[in-house]
Design a protein around this ligand. Structure first.
Ligand code: FBP
Length: 283
């Protein structure tokens, strides 16, 4: 099957499932009592959304592997592209009705693998609108989902301005990072909502820098590289921005484990460079 058509099918099937995902969240806001492979509490919605999207994605002709933040192992499902997904990123925000999203990376190699093997990446943002930001062929386009149709709303998005910043994990930052953040807070507007997809999307549109750096106890950061770090880094670079761990390009990081974490600083190149000077992992 033609690779581009497979990518089209993955994007359409996930994006057009948004109404079901939204209604699925409404009735599954409680914690399940189980934990995901990263040892984080799972909501009933996490488990349900993963199975719902897994059934759709693994049935697409041309998808060979499925990996999820919610599943320990990679599922082999035929021949073709490898899909890595965070079915409900930021699900801890569901009980408080904050932003939640679905993040998808479409890789040409078997998983786990480096981000340079991404063919496309996208996220669905379940906000006041349902929007889908898609990066492929070096371009980022955003669509609004209405009546199950995708309508182009922003074409060739580019991170050109330096307006906002937002960093997660503040309680446990290393001292250098904390001092940098104090200085940067005097120059730019803070936008942090505890939701990677929602916070990233603000940075993508307003221009700025967003991240979740290495912190005490999480020297490799919080975000999982296959499902969160690589796809969002790919989108950042397709929008003309920079995506680094603080020490190296995220898409070049060797990935040996499915649930490997990665420090994550992305956005306008000048701001990312400013922040990256202060990512030493010691006080
Ligand atoms: P998951 O729900 O997929 O684990 O998402 C992780 C996440 O909620 C991100 O969306 C968000 O940026 C981050 O964790 C918030 O972390 P913290 O609660 O430490 O600020």
């Amino acid at each position: 099957m033609d690779k581009e058509k497979v990518i089209d099918s993955i994007i359409e099937d996930v994006a057009k499932s948004a109404p079901e995902i939204r209604s699925g969240m409404e009735s599954r806001r409680d914690y399940s009592g189980d934990s995901n492979p990263s040892d984080e509490e799972e909501l009933e919605a996490d488990i349900w959304a993963n199975q719902f999207l897994k059934d759709k994605i693994t049935s697409i002709d041309g998808v060979g592997q499925y990996a999820s933040e919610e599943e320990q192992e990679v599922t082999d499902c035929g021949q073709g592209l490898s899909v890595a997904i965070d079915p409900l990123d930021g699900s801890s925000n569901i009980p408080t009705n904050n932003m939640v999203g679905t993040i998808v990376g479409i890789y040409s190699e078997e998983l786990p693998c480096k981000g340079v093997h991404l063919e496309a990446a996208f996220y669905v943002l379940y906000g006041p609108l349902t929007t889908v930001a898609v990066a492929r062929d070096g371009t980022v386009n955003e669509y609004v989902l209405s009546n199950r149709e995708l309508h182009l709303s922003h074409e060739e998005i580019s991170i050109e301005d330096k307006n906002i910043y937002g960093f997660g994990g503040n309680k446990d930052w290393f001292q250098d990072f904390r001092e940098m953040e104090h200085e940067i807070s005097k120059k730019y507007k803070l936008r942090y909502g505890g939701s990677l997809v929602g916070d990233f999307n603000q940075m993508l549109h307003h221009g700025g820098v967003f991240g979740y750096p290495a912190k005490k106890g999480y020297e490799n950061g919080k975000y999982r590289i296959l499902f969160e770090g690589n796809p969002m880094a790919y989108i950042t670079e397709a929008a003309g921005g920079k995506a680094t761990t603080g020490e190296q390009r995220i898409l070049e990081v060797d990935v040996d484990e499915v649930h490997q974490r990665v420090p994550f600083i992305v956005g306008h190149e000048e701001m990312v460079n400013e922040v990256s000077q202060t990512t030493s992992k010691s006080d």
